[in-house]
Design a protein around this ligand. Structure first.
Ligand SMILES: [Mg+2]
Ligand SMILES: [Zn+2]
Length: 241
């Protein structure tokens, strides 16, 4: 039996906010971390620097993990992910966050067993300090930062695996590169009003659009559940309202 694959971004897609920003904002209350400067920093080394700063400022492992656990999900995402899992879909998360944040959030929200795999920047605790290293080095994509090209990671994941359906759910600029690699029978779900949606609208208005997949913008993940499983969504929505 062939499988289906749902690919998710994490920040502002599965969780409503941004995990890195959540920690930076919490740290600002205590001891402001260095400012992000895109001229001088790649994102992953910058976050490693932030974690060093958090450690020096006495921000504990428990506090950081509690901040992550308390991030609210986007509306309807838990139902969407559990439905995909129950239907036997592979659920792949590709994110520029880090393994500690993503694992902890899924664990505390009871979704870990629904997630097939997470591709992200590996992180680990050493004596209360969080260390992060890049997912990849020199991804070699002109569109993407050196540490992560989601299109390249998706291509690698699909090597040797065959899927009859493929859908992609995201919000950010770095979700555009993989969106351009999807075929006509795939669906891309950009979060409405966020950068991925703007980039897709721009390419669709151009003479030679780079995105050929079906595009379904969403405000809540109920839209996605409804698109993929029309009957289920109808019955569950009637119980919600
Ligand atoms: Mg995102
Ligand atoms: Zn790329």
């Amino acid at each position: 039996m062939t499988k289906s694959l749902a690919v998710f971004d994490f920040d502002r897609t599965i969780v409503n906010g941004d995990s890195d920003a959540t920690i930076i904002n919490s740290l600002k209350e205590k001891n402001p971390p260095p400012e992000w400067d895109s001229e001088n920093y790649d994102w992953t080394p910058y976050m490693d620097n932030v974690f060093e700063h958090a450690y020096s400022a006495g921000m504990s492992q428990d506090h950081i993990l509690d901040c992550i656990a308390s991030m609210p999900p986007t509306p309807g995402v838990e139902e969407l992910i559990t439905t995909l899992d129950a239907r036997g879909w592979d659920v792949l998360v590709i994110t520029d966050a880090n393994s500690v944040f993503v694992d902890h959030w899924f664990k505390t929200h009871g979704l870990k067993s629904c997630i097939t795999s997470v591709i992200t920047n590996p992180a680990s605790w050493q004596r209360g300090r969080l260390y992060i290293s890049p997912c990849a080095r020199a991804a070699g994509c002109p569109r993407c930062p050196d540490n992560l090209c989601k299109a390249a990671e998706l291509r690698r994941w699909r090597t040797g695996r065959s899927y009859d359906r493929l859908v992609y759910v995201g919000d950010g600029r770095n979700d555009y590169c993989p969106a351009t690699t999807l075929s006509e029978d795939a669906i891309v779900f950009p979060r409405r009003g966020y950068p991925l949606h703007d980039l897709i609208k721009k390419t669709l208005a151009s003479p030679s659009p780079q995105v050929v997949a079906k595009v379904v913008p969403w405000d809540t993940c109920h839209t996605i559940t409804h698109e993929l499983f029309p009957k289920d969504a109808d019955s569950s929505e009637s119980t919600v309202h």
